[in-house]
Design a protein around this ligand. Structure first.
Ligand code: G3D
Length: 201
């Protein structure tokens, strides 16, 4: 009887919460992606103007509810001196969204190095990774095949985990829903990192 009632309580009053890190170099569009996601998924969220967002310094936190699943986003700063803090969050997280600026060919190899370091971290083993090729609204941007080629020597380091490269524009919203929905599916099926239970507020 107790099990039945606690199951019912959980079903009605609680959500499964997963922590998702948003990583990538500064200026890649991490904060814009977070704001766009909140605006799209949270019915009553009155977001800030996306074009007024400035680069992440420190940390932005936000939640997005997708049905009975809650994603708690941690948008970490991408400046070189802040990248050394990323791994402090790896053990706690359930998924990573790695944002690439598809218009910045000059910094692509820098982004690849940061990605490579992140993906080879033991503390992230088995954690799903969504790679967002952002700013695809800009006509002159790099295509997905261009980006995959630039990142090709990371492929073998990704290991046995879910990983998807998604074309995206955080500014217009293109690809945002698809990315979030893919991440939800992956974190829910990854039994190695179970969710936290949170009361619905
Ligand atoms: P960050 O959090 O990764 O540092 P921001 O990046 O979200 O602050 O975005 C950095 C700049 O890129 C911002 O422009 C923002 O408007 C722009 N940006 C983010 N996503 C997109 C996108 O999908 N398309 C285009 N065209 N621009 C984008 P400013 O001018 O404020 O620096």
């Amino acid at each position: 009887m107790y099990t039945l009632l606690s199951g019912l309580y959980k079903y009605v009053f609680q959500k499964d919460e997963y922590c998702i890190l948003i990583l990538g170099l500064d200026n890649a569009g991490k904060t814009t992606f977070l704001e766009q996601s909140k605006t799209r998924f949270n019915k009553h969220y009155r977001g800030m103007s996306l074009s007024k967002i400035t680069t992440t310094v420190g940390l932005n936190i936000g939640t997005v509810d997708v049905g009975k699943t809650r994603l708690m986003f941690w948008d970490l700063g991408g400046q070189e001196e802040l990248q050394s803090l990323w791994d402090k969050y790896y053990a706690e997280c359930h998924g990573v969204i790695y944002v690439i600026d598809s218009t910045d060919e000059e910094r692509l190899s820098e982004s690849k190095r940061a990605f490579e370091k992140m993906v080879t971290s033991e503390a992230l083993e088995g954690v799903p990774i969504l790679v967002l090729a952002n700013k695809q609204d800009v006509e002159t941007c790099l295509s997905i095949p261009d980006i995959k080629t630039a990142f090709s020597d990371c492929t073998s380091k990704i290991g046995r985990r879910d990983c998807l490269t998604q074309a995206c524009s955080a500014l217009t919203g293109k690809g945002v829903n698809e990315g979030i929905e893919w991440m939800v599916k992956c974190v829910v099926r990854n039994l190695h990192r179970p969710p936290r239970q949170r009361d619905i507020t």
